[in-house]
Design a protein around this ligand. Structure first.
Ligand SMILES: NC(=O)c1ccc[n+]([C@@H]2O[C@H](COP(=O)([O-])OP(=O)(O)OC[C@H]3O[C@@H](n4cnc5c(N)ncnc54)[C@H](O)[C@@H]3O)[C@@H](O)[C@H]2O)c1
Length: 366
């Protein structure tokens, strides 16, 4: 990643994935223009349920390799409940991409924006600002259908595997502590909470043991522990107390949706999936067939994922312009909520996908 033109592989996918990707990439370009013009080149790749229906393939030939050569991958949303494999599961090539590129660190921020709905009555809910770090290649997704690794499936019984490895877990916990260090610059303090079920599962006790081992390298970062069931309770009782939370794949899948719900809904849930050499960025929501084609989707999760992508590229290439562009997007959205210039239909407002996109552009251009 030495050139000043960065290549982004773009998989728009299905349903609202297409609209929110267009919105996000447009905003990324406008923010880069404002920050000082580091160029991005977008490489479209066909994939998803619609593509599968037409061709019988879930991604175009050579698509995975092309995505692997790009500096980053941006994905809208993949899947339509009406299009399925013979075994009844949905079309999900992005699970394969996660594994192929070893995207172990799933970064899912949840931040309260002013005037966006707060689901909790306690006024401290306005202070929610946390990141769920979801391990994304193993855990209970190790035998997910797409990987074809189900150890027992007799017709009378199905067993699945939960896998925790030292190699991935060490990298995951290091990622969590480094993320906390980065957030410390903005927040003044930082904490990593290890969320597990170490009281019951050997694999989870192992996960926590590695957390303790790695934490000694980051003495300035406070550490904490929570069992996953208690964490669900604490997300309702006192979510404002948490900063970075690191956890196994399925726990992160569930708790990140809960965290997203606390600060509005899926339309605000950004996501980065990061490995040692690749990064994939996508809104955490799906293709939302119930609202597709109606200009109702909130594009902010995708736009915020675009900012995460810029931040990732900035770190990889030590490029301040990209970091500035990411901050420009974050600040524009925060300011837009604070001044009520952003009013998503998802939250009972009057703005659909196009109107929000236009307003974010106005906010950036000032
Ligand atoms: N990463 C992905 O590509 C991904 C993630 C989750 C689901 N899916 C797929 O998407 C399809 C639909 O799944 P689902 O209905 O369970 O989840 P979903 O996230 O698509 O929708 C859940 C609910 O949230 C709403 N919603 C989601 N995103 C929104 C947005 N940006 N703005 C406003 N409202 C929004 C929807 O209208 C719906 O009511 C399925 O085929 C599923 O497999 C894909």
């Amino acid at each position: 990643m030495s050139s000043s033109v960065f290549q982004v592989a773009v998989i728009k996918g299905d349903g609202i994935g297409i609209d929110v990707t267009d919105a996000a990439l447009h905003i990324v370009e406008v923010a880069l223009e404002k920050a000082g013009n580091t160029a991005l080149e977008f490489l479209p790749i066909q994939a998803g349920a619609g593509y599968f229906k037409e061709t019988g393939q879930d991604i175009e030939p050579g698509g995975e390799e092309a995505a692997g050569r790009a500096d980053a991958i941006f994905l809208g949303a993949i899947g339509l409940p009406s299009v399925r494999q013979k075994d009844g599961t949905e079309i999900s090539p992005h699970l394969r991409l996660r594994e192929k590129f070893n995207l172990y660190a799933g970064v899912r921020p949840a931040r309260a924006y002013p005037n966006a709905p707060q689901r909790l009555a306690d006024p401290r809910a306005a202070e929610i600002d946390m990141v769920i770090l979801r391990e994304s290649t193993e855990g209970l997704f190790y035998s997910a259908a797409v990987h074809n690794r189900c150890p027992v499936d007799t017709g009378d019984e199905v067993q699945e595997l939960l896998r925790i490895t030292r190699t991935t877990t060490e990298k995951l916990h290091d990622f969590a502590f480094k993320l906390a260090q980065k957030r410390q610059e903005r927040r003044g303090k930082s904490k990593v909470t290890c969320v597990d079920k170490a009281n019951v599962f050997r694999s989870m006790a192992f996960f926590r043991k590695i957390f303790d081992e790695r934490s000694v390298r980051f003495p300035e970062i406070e550490k904490g522990y929570n069992y996953v069931d208690a964490q669900a309770l604490d997300f309702i009782r006192k979510p404002w107390e948490f900063d970075v939370l690191v956890m196994e794949n399925m726990f992160g899948d569930i708790l990140s949706d809960l965290a997203g719900g606390l600060v509005g809904g899926m339309g605000m849930a950004a996501c980065g999936e990061i490995g040692d050499n690749h990064g994939l960025f996508q809104p955490a929501h799906g293709s939302a067939p119930d609202i597709m084609g109606q200009d109702k989707a909130n594009p902010l999760a995708a736009i915020l994922s675009g900012a995460l992508m810029l931040d990732y590229l900035a770190d990889k290439a030590s490029n301040d312009t990209l970091a500035l562009a990411a901050k420009i997007i974050d600040d524009a959205i925060y300011h837009g909520f604070a001044t009520k210039r952003i009013r998503p239909q998802e939250f009972g407002g009057d703005m659909g996908t196009k109107a929000i996109t236009r307003e974010v552009i106005n906010l950036i251009r000032g």
